[in-house]
Design a protein around this ligand. Structure first.
Ligand code: UDP
Length: 329
């Protein structure tokens, strides 16, 4: 039986790019997604199973039918503001269901796991750029839920010898240059697609959440990393884990920060469109500046981001975004 990677959440934004990347690099995949947020049409590679990651019987079936060598988990709820309003929903999906998934892996003797974590586990940074040693101090339930799973993975290594690589994304952005898959959330809460919507006229304006942060122009600073560069890190993590049979963790960013206002200017210049900006109050749970240090991923994994300018990243998002509503996804 040929080996497969199980991508949980493979119909989502990052999951669909990881799926394409793995298939482009000779791996075979199975996608498990409940389609609560993902799009079936984004699953253009591998076998698709619609279902819940906490459905033990379904997982037992998948692990019996396919020879799964690793599970990639990209099936978390991701909206910081919503996590503050609805913490139960976030702990239930992001923590409790992940435990069920891990238990199914243990039961079926599948012992390699790549986990999508987040720089949000670090909270308000004590220093910049944020490396893997930075103290953990989540400031919203989303960040806490990811931090809890990171701890659970350490416990599963001790108890069950389950290997895992934790990948802490900074701000995932852009789209595959083919423009066949891209970012499309319902409802959309992320800055780049919302600014692109304003540029294209699908919304009247973009709200800037907070202009009184301790940053050069008062707006939040983020490190935008292309989704295919994240996908590359997943593949390298898999190869590292299969070779070393151990656990590791990596922060994944470009190491350069852009403020919300700077990003809007880049969108205007890439799209050649004007954007109406409305300054509004801070959003609950937002840190002022998040910039990543990824030296460890460069050194240990040999990770080399290819999309290192915000212009190029936004161009790929724009190519997808202009007619995404007419695409199948
Ligand atoms: N943001 C904003 N207006 C919006 C959406 C987001 O000003 O309509 C800001 C948000 O406060 C944050 C940055 O843009 O500082 C990136 O937010 P996003 O939700 O894209 O990603 P996050 O950093 O929360 O993971």
């Amino acid at each position: 039986m040929e080996t497969r990677i199980l991508i949980v959440g493979g119909a989502g934004y990052i999951g669909s790019h990881v799926n394409k990347y793995l298939n482009d690099h000779g791996y075979k995949t199975v996608i498990l997604d409940d389609l609560s947020y993902g799009h079936e049409a984004s699953v253009q590679w591998g076998d698709f199973v619609q279902g819940d990651m906490a459905d033990g019987q379904l997982l037992d079936k998948i692990f019996t039918k396919y020879k799964i060598i690793a599970v990639f988990h990209l099936s978390a709820f991701i909206a910081v503001g919503e996590s503050v309003q609805k913490p139960g929903m976030y702990y239930s999906n992001n923590v409790a269901k992940t435990v069920s998934l891990l238990e199914a892996m243990v039961r079926n003797k599948v012992d390699n796991f790549v986990f999508s974590s987040t720089c949000a586990i670090m909270g308000d940074p004590e220093y910049l750029p944020i490396d893997e040693k930075h103290p953990r101090n989540p400031i919203n339930p989303y960040g806490w839920s990811k931090f809890m799973v990171e701890q659970i993975l350490k416990d599963f290594k001790k108890a069950h010898n389950l290997n895992s690589v934790v990948l802490r994304y900074f701000n995932a952005s852009g789209a595959d240059p083919s423009a066949t898959i891209g970012e499309k959330h319902h409802p959309e809460t992320h800055l780049i697609p919302l600014v692109l919507d304003a540029a294209i006229g699908r919304r009247e304006s973009i709200s800037v959440f907070g202009t009184d942060y301790d940053t050069p122009d008062g707006t939040c600073v983020r490190d935008y990393i292309h989704v295919n560069d994240l996908a590359q890190a997943h593949l390298l993590s898999l190869e590292w884990m299969l070779k070393n049979q151990a656990c590791n963790d990596f922060n994944l960013g470009n190491g350069t920060g852009f403020s919300v206002k700077e990003l809007i200017e880049v969108v205007k210049s890439v799209t050649n469109k004007d954007v109406t900006v409305v300054e509004s109050g801070r959003r609950d749970g937002d840190a002022g500046t998040l910039i990543g240090a990824s030296n460890k991923a460069h050194e240990v994994l040999g990770w080399k981001p290819k999309f290192d300018s915000l212009e190029v990243i936004i161009k790929t998002a724009w190519d997808w975004h202009q007619d995404m509503s007419f695409k199948s996804s």
